[in-house]
Design a protein around this ligand. Sequence first.
Ligand code: ATP
Ligand code: MG
Length: 244
Amino acid sequence: MIEVEGLSVEYGAGRYGVLALDDVSLSVKQGEFVAVVGPSGCGKSTLLFVLDGLVPPTSGTVKIEGEPVRDIRRDVALILQDAGLLPWKTVRQNAELALRIQGRKEDVGGVLEQLGLAGFERRFPGELSEGMRRRVGIARALALHPKVLLMDEPMANLDSITRERIQNLILALWNRLGFTAVLVTHDIEEAVFLGQRIFVFTPRPGRVAEVVDNPDMGRVDYRDSEAFRARVHHLREVLVGSAI
Ligand SMILES: Nc1ncnc2c1ncn2[C@@H]1O[C@H](COP(=O)(O)OP(=O)(O)OP(=O)(O)O)[C@@H](O)[C@H]1O
Ligand SMILES: [Mg+2]
């Protein structure tokens, strides 16, 4: 369970301060999959950094499993937009990185296999397709066996086929592993495909403008349904029209 109460984040202070988030309150239930959408610069990444303990709240409280977030937690993992791979390390070493930073010795073989990367352990990121590189980034996060998986645009800048396949993969992993998921995305259709609830943020400073319930998420063929199109249409009006 994630509880965010009155969260504001200001980078810098005074005349040079930038208010990124302003009085954000939201909660995410254990095992829930939520999506966060909003205009560029509205503080979406900032929210994930706060949830991951990398950026402290300027005011307000953020709790995971009832405990205030003060630092990086063992059970929370963050996937960055470009997967954050180190080009001079192999697939296996990249996938192990977050575990080793935490001083953990677990083996990543099983996770690499789940992500279709078995046989590529000794390759370097430069020898992989972009879709495979993203999967290494996902493997690195899942290797932590997180209770909470934070994702910052994990499918950005992928071709549409690879994007859809990785969306399906993330859905399957969530169904199988049961982590709580927070997905930040620019892609309205992706938010509707993956978010049981979708938090729509205002332009900076980010506030929650609307919460869209999306109970049909995860249903077979949801992408092709009328309900899917209706929710995409609604979100497009809110985000692209000047409603906020
Ligand atoms: N380290 C920093 N120092 C100063 N300002 C920052 C810093 N990081 C972010 N900001 C500012 O805070 C605001 C929110 O940034 P953030 O990266 O969280 O937005 P975002 O919603 O993730 O944007 P995008 O959709 O473009 O990724 C932006 O206006 C940005 O310029
Ligand atoms: Mg961002």
